[in-house]
Design a protein around this ligand. Structure first.
Ligand SMILES: Cc1cc2nc3c(=O)[nH]c(=O)nc-3n(C[C@H](O)[C@H](O)[C@H](O)COP(=O)(O)OP(=O)(O)OC[C@H]3O[C@@H](n4cnc5c(N)ncnc54)[C@H](O)[C@@H]3O)c2cc1C
Length: 393
């Protein structure tokens, strides 16, 4: 019978980072991931890290390449009414954000875990969990053509929105809160220099657009699209054309086009489940909450959960005290709801919700007010760089 201290389901950023931080603190874990190593390392997703996430990666001893290759951004641009206005994050908060792709972060974590001889099992199928409401949680899974049983002290459900952990909890034990948005993001990745040194969030009567990047030679662009859009109908030429139409003229002219290396559509959703703890099972990251990507909070929120959980587990194994473990859910939820609010607000401000011109005029008025008010800009900036951990949950 196999045994570990913490069984971690899912090798996304949450599961890998938790496993690595536990390892650095002498706590044993096994990570079970249903996809292949190549698939996980290739998945293109987030790219903006808050300073708190950067510090956590350093604490996990996986920050070296990130610190070398990241792009530090101490501002971003808001595009509306044919012009752009810079939000000077550093002047407003003293902080900055780092651009470093989730794919790179995932590769760093997988390498660090593998180098330490971690029990990191890819292509683990039919994962199921049981006994977490008592003292002896167990995980069942199939791997290498055989079925296995893993005994553990705790289970960390780091298996994303579609994972098995949240779905195993009886529905009457949790409450979910959800808002779906009537649009998605069509994104492309292209090996061309970005249009601007910093990100540009653009509000336009045709819909939202975002100019982002992964490096000085790799750009990530998005346009708001309908939920029923067919990816095949979006040729690269059509995408570049639509993107440019939604950007202020000076930015549109600076866009360098090229063949896309990845193209996908993601629906936008706000989702939170409460609580995050069920006996000896903890939900972490996207398994417990989803935010629309406007404002880049998803990955950072997952890292914030990991920060609280690994600290609580270290305290438990060192002292036997359970207060921090018992407080995991409440502490994380305070930060989660603030990020849900911010992501919802930033999405509402920048996206087209209807053809009603009244709504667009209201958005333009708010953007005008925001960019003219140091107090309003300060609020935007402190949420964007990441709220402080002390007292903010
Ligand atoms: C298209 C897209 C763009 C995004 N852009 C941004 C952005 O710009 N900024 C930002 O901050 N966030 C962004 N996000 C969100 C961010 O990527 C997520 O918040 C982050 O990946 C959460 O990490 P996680 O480890 O909690 O979950 P995931 O990354 O979803 O990882 C969960 C893992 O669990 C595995 N798994 C699932 N079910 C099982 C099972 N039954 N058994 C075993 N393993 C299982 C999955 O294969 C996966 O590897 C984006 C997300 C998407 C989809």
């Amino acid at each position: 019978m196999a045994r570990t201290q913490v069984a971690i389901i899912g090798a996304g950023p949450s599961g890998l980072l938790l496993s690595q931080l536990l390892h650095v603190n002498g706590i044993d874990s096994v990570v079970l991931e249903r996809r292949s190593r190549e698939y996980v390392a290739r998945r293109v997703r987030a790219g903006v890290l808050e300073q708190g996430t950067v510090e956590l990666l350093q604490r996990a001893h996986v920050g070296e390449r990130m610190l070398r290759e990241r792009l530090v951004h101490d501002g971003f641009e808001l595009g509306f009414d044919g012009k752009t206005t810079r939000v000077d994050l550093h002047a407003l908060t003293g902080a900055a954000v780092s651009v470093y792709g989730q794919t790179e972060l995932t590769k760093d974590l997988i390498e660090a875990r593998s180098a330490a001889g971690a029990k990191l099992l890819f292509e683990a199928g039919e994962v199921s969990i049981e006994g977490f409401d008592g003292a002896h949680p167990r995980v069942h899974y199939a791997h290498g053509g055989r079925r296995h049983e893993l005994h553990c002290d705790f289970i960390a459900g780091c298996d994303g929105y579609h994972g098995v952990c949240r779905r195993t909890v009886p529905a009457q034990s949790m409450q979910s809160f959800e808002r779906t948005y009537p649009f998605g993001w069509l994104g492309i990745l292209a090996d061309v220099p970005p249009a601007s040194r910093e990100l540009i969030y653009s509000n336009h009567a045709r819909g939202f657009a975002l100019c982002s990047m992964r490096s000085l030679n790799r750009s990530r662009y998005y346009v708001q699209c309908g939920l029923d859009e067919n990816l095949e109908s979006w040729t690269d030429a059509r995408f570049w054309d639509e993107l440019r139409r939604r950007l202020p003229a000076a930015v549109a002219e600076a866009v360098i086009t090229g063949p896309s290396v990845e193209k996908s559509i993601a629906p936008l959703r706000s989702f939170v489940v409460e609580p995050l703890t069920f006996g000896r099972l903890f939900l972490v990251g996207d398994a417990a909450h989803i935010v629309p990507p406007t404002g880049a909070k998803g990955l950072n929120l997952a890292a914030a959960d990991v920060r609280v959980l690994y600290g609580a587990l270290v305290e438990y194994y060192r002292t036997g005290r359970r207060e921090s473990i018992d407080g995991y859910s409440a502490q994380c939820l305070r930060r989660i709801w603030k990020a849900v609010r911010f992501s919802w607000w930033f999405t509402s401000l920048t996206h087209k919700f209807s053809d009603d011109p009244f709504n667009h005029r209201l958005q333009l008025a708010e953007l005008d007010y925001l960019t003219g008010s140091p107090a309003a800009l300060g609020s935007l900036a402190e949420n964007y760089v990441g709220l402080p951990f002390d007292g903010a949950g």
